[in-house]
Design a protein around this ligand. Structure first.
Ligand code: GTP
Ligand code: ZN
Length: 480
């Protein structure tokens, strides 16, 4: 341990925060290696409750994947901030020795655009939290830049709520670096209820804004805070969102939640959340989720987690396997208007009708995490402006989307359904964001996957396909 680190530990001791206390603050709940044994049987119980056969090919490895995803997503319980920070405090004299500012500029150090992902404690779903951290060094020392992100990640990789996450990151950085102050700004993005999903891309998500500050950043007139906000603005991050703020909650599965707030947190949402439909949550599924929490080292009786297993099950139950025939009875296309007419010009692309940007939310069958986006459908209509009502297509998309799925299968199934009533041809394009690509695994933020299925004339007539892809999708993009 270097002299600087020893001096820092002495400072921690001097401020009355002994190491054990610091550990409690930094490590939080559920330390130690947690067994994962209960996870896989619990996921199997969930799949059975959803009417699925866990021996079918797509689901065979799902219990293992879900267990791994949850375990990776909560690894923060097994990490310690001091292990991250103490090896990376470096002496660096600031320009203003009186205030102890450092970092070469005499002012704050800002690390914007840290991509965090967290499991929400309210519903056990996961999503991203773009985060920015600033601090004003003190005592002639700075911390390695990567450690700001790493410390933030320790707290993100726990069951969280976004305001508490902001507070914990702020408090831990302050305790471990002992700077003049810390500022944290964070956005919480939450997927809406499937029935409230209106469009694709990030605008589809419920967004809330949160902040937490300590030391010189505190107070309404803190120039450090104002500089921090201005620096973020330069990067296109808008913290000044009060005017758009609303009282809606960030977790649509828990609409009456009172936010945890340290007095500085601001909250907004851009996408209205209506109350969730009340669905049954079978008790064996709820117990399975509680045992998953225990396996992860969490306490299902912790105040903030009460009701979360039920909410998670309620979310999953939206994607329960259902009877195809029953559902399709409600889907009646006016097929007379779309059948091929004798003598119709096969290359007359005016006969191509389209229905664009139909929103959907499905559940990835590999990881039990949502993927959501829009479906574009093209088919040969009558050419006289008469088409199939959009609501029929929306019902079809909802039917094939609202289950455990993979994107390619969903695309093909929708295409086949449209082709079954529009015999000349059907083309379906699905654009989707997969939470399993964003919040775990490869962590590819802004990942979006497009799939296409063509049947009938769209598969033989490349100009028909090109006509839909170019002009149809152009129109869709203009509508965004
Ligand atoms: N083709 C396809 N793959 C999907 C879809 N949803 C998820 N996946 C992928 O399914 C694959 C499962 O791969 P595995 O190696 O068994 O699981 P994993 O270890 O969780 O994979 P990583 O995501 O790479 O960590 C991953 O590559 C996922 O990205 C989908 O709709 N279509
Ligand atoms: Zn997945």
């Amino acid at each position: 341990m270097g002299a600087l680190e020893e001096a820092h530990l002495a400072a921690v001791a001097a401020c009355g925060c002994d190491e054990e206390e610091e550990e409690d603050l930094l490590v939080g709940l559920g330390g130690g290696e947690a067994p994962v044994d209960a996870m896989e049987p619990a996921v199997r119980a969930l799949l059975a409750g959803l009417g699925e056969d866990d021996r079918r090919e797509g689901l065979r490895r799902t219990p293992k994947r879900v267990a791994k995803a949850f375990r990776d997503g909560t690894r923060g319980y097994r990490q310690k901030v001091k292990d991250i920070v103490l090896g990376a405090l470096f002496p660096e004299v600031g320009v203003d020795k009186r205030t102890g500012s450092a970092g070469g500029t005499g002012g704050q150090v800002v690390e914007p655009d840290i991509d965090l992902y967290s499991y929400w404690e309210s519903c056990l779903l996961s999503s991203s939290l773009p985060c920015s951290v600033g601090y004003v060094p003190s005592g002639g020392r700075v911390v390695g830049l990567s450690k700001l992100s790493r410390v933030a990640d320790v707290f993100a990789k726990r069951f969280q709520n976004p305001q508490r996450l902001a507070n914990e990151v702020c408090g831990a950085l302050h305790a471990s670096i002992q700077p003049a102050g810390v500022a944290v700004a964070m956005e919480g993005w939450h997927i809406p209820l499937p029935e409230n999903l209106k469009c694709t891309k990030s605008r589809a998500l419920i967004r809330t804004s949160h902040s937490s500050r300590s030391g010189v950043f505190e107070g309404e007139n803190s120039s450090f805070w104002n500089d921090f906000v201005a620096l973020l603005k330069l990067r296109g991050i808008d913290m000044d969102m009060d005017s758009r703020s609303a009282s809606l909650t960030w977790c649509p599965l828990r609409p009456h939640e009172v936010p945890l707030c340290n007095g500085h947190g601001k909250r907004i949402t851009t996408n209205g959340a209506t109350s969730p439909k009340s669905l049954s949550s079978p008790s064996n599924m709820v117990s399975a989720v509680s045992s998953m929490l225990q396996s992860l080292g969490e306490d299902p009786l912790r105040k903030e987690l009460l009701g979360s297993p039920q909410r998670y099950v309620q979310w999953l139950m939206r994607f329960r396997a259902c009877n195809l025939d029953v559902k399709l009875n409600g889907f009646t296309l006016n097929s007379a208007s779309v059948y091929e007419r004798p003598g119709e010009d096969a290359t007359d692309h005016r006969a191509i009708s389209s229905e664009l940007r139909l929103p959907f939310c499905a559940q990835c069958e590999h990881h039990l995490l949502p993927f959501y986006g829009v479906v574009h459908i093209g088919y040969f209509g009558s050419g006289d402006g008469e088409g199939i009502d959009r609501s029929h297509f929306q019902a079809l998309v909802h039917f094939y989307g609202c289950k455990l799925q993979v994107q390619e299968r969903m695309t093909r199934q929708i295409a086949e359904a449209v082709y079954s009533v529009s015999h000349r041809g059907a083309i379906v394009v699905v654009e989707a964001n997969h939470i399993c690509m964003i919040s775990r695994g490869i962590e590819k933020i802004r990942s979006s996957t497009a799939t296409i299925a063509v049947l009938g004339q769209f598969s033989t007539d490349s100009s028909a396909k090109a006509s839909f892809l170019q002009s149809g999708l152009d129109t869709a993009n203009q509508e965004v």
